[in-house]
Design a protein around this ligand. Structure first.
Ligand SMILES: *Cc1c(COP(=O)(O)O)cnc(C)c1O
Length: 355
């Protein structure tokens, strides 16, 4: 009889849990990690037996290619707990497909589906205490792959490490943000890998974002690299514009990441009868709408913050404030999505997956 994968996962438990030392009321995003991590190495042309081991340091050659050529991809997803103590994931199949899509573009070998889900479920069961019930509490899950082969030769590696680490998270209201519309810098280009969750896409954003922060903006809205005339997305969020009662968002492309939150909001809007236009969005039409008062809302959509309202944007030296609505779409979407994630509402789309 063939063993199932979960029987194949070698588990080495932490001798002691760190959970007692964690202040769950005051979590800084992404700083604290749970007791265990999932590890699977790719050597000799195949993924080896996966392991779950205590969260801790890695030993990697300084010449490992990830350090020199950035051959690395990742995912971001969350686990939620309802009031009965049941744990849920939200559309995890989308994250699984996307990490392999990102991997393909970075010439990283595909990771097997059974390993991904068995590894994830086993890890979530082991570290289940770390997922706190209550609206807004979650466990942020970070699967990633790095090229570990020791060699500074500039080509794809033949050794990799796939890992999953988990960090308890809280959603807290950090205030609506102001964003700067990119006029010079770009995060991605046609034929590039903007659609991939690849490490280098984020490294390249830090400097322009730092410059934006010096001007008083927290984030950048990237525009198309060719003309800078079209709105694309923010650093780790897709962007929606509400003009009158219609939502506008850019179509995904090889420059824009296909966000799970974005496509979930589009589906919910359509079900709710809110008009959504998925089409190239001109910077000039948004500036015009801001001037004539028809721009009602701008918000980002992504797993970490769910929906993140934007209160103002800067463009060509001008600053445009967006007047707060009484019943923002952003609030409606955030609640509707979280109700599904926390098992507080029906899930007509079949997005929730019990662990
Ligand atoms: C992760 C990410 C998003 C949001 O994707 P979700 O699947 O909704 O979390 C959007 N844009 C970029 C560039 C991202 O990295």
């Amino acid at each position: 009889m063939k063993n199932t994968i979960s029987q194949q996962i070698e588990i080495k438990k932490a001798s002691e849990s760190k959970i007692g030392q964690v202040d769950f009321e005051n979590l800084n995003f992404g700083k604290i990690f749970t007791d265990h991590m999932f590890v699977c190495d790719f050597v000799n042309g195949e993924w080896q037996s996966p392991k779950i081991v205590p969260y801790g340091l890695l030993t990697i050659e300084p010449s490992a290619r990830v350090f020199h050529y950035g051959q690395a991809v990742f995912e971001g997803m969350k686990a939620y707990k309802d009031d009965n103590g049941d744990t849920f994931l939200f559309r995890p199949d989308e994250n699984f497909k996307r990490i392999n899509k990102s991997a393909e573009r970075l010439a990283i070998p595909e990771f097997p589906e059974e390993y991904f889900f068995e590894g994830l479920h086993t890890l979530l069961k082991l570290d289940n205490e770390w997922i706190k019930p209550g609206y807004g509490n979650s466990l942020y899950i970070r699967p990633f792959v790095i090229a570990t082969q020791a060699s500074v030769s500039a080509s794809e590696a033949d050794e990799y490490k796939f890992m999953i680490i988990c960090s308890p998270a809280q959603s807290y209201y950090s205030g609506d943000v102001s964003v700067l519309v990119a006029e010079k810098f770009s995060r991605s280009a046609n034929g590039g890998f903007g659609y991939a969750k690849a490490a280098g896409n984020y490294a390249g954003q830090f400097y322009p974002t730092k410059l934006a922060k010096e001007k008083g903006y927290q984030q950048v809205i990237w525009t198309d690299a060719n003309t800078h005339e079209y709105m694309e997305e923010a650093g780790t969020m897709n962007v929606f514009f509400r003009v009158n009662d219609t939502l506008l968002t850019a179509p995904v492309s090889d420059r824009i990441l296909d966000g799970v939150t974005r496509k979930s909001l589009i589906a919910m809007a359509e079900k709710e009868g809110i008009k959504v236009e998925v089409r190239p969005v001109k910077v000039s039409e948004i500036v015009e709408a801001a001037k004539n008062g028809t721009l009602k809302e701008v918000f980002g959509a992504g797993t970490a913050a769910v929906v993140s309202p934007i209160k103002a944007f800067g463009y060509q030296g001008d600053h445009y404030e967006i007047e707060k609505q009484e019943q923002p779409y952003a609030d409606f979407f955030k609640k509707a999505l979280m109700d599904i994630q926390y098992n507080k509402a029906e899930d007509p789309f079949g997005w929730r997956q019990k662990v």
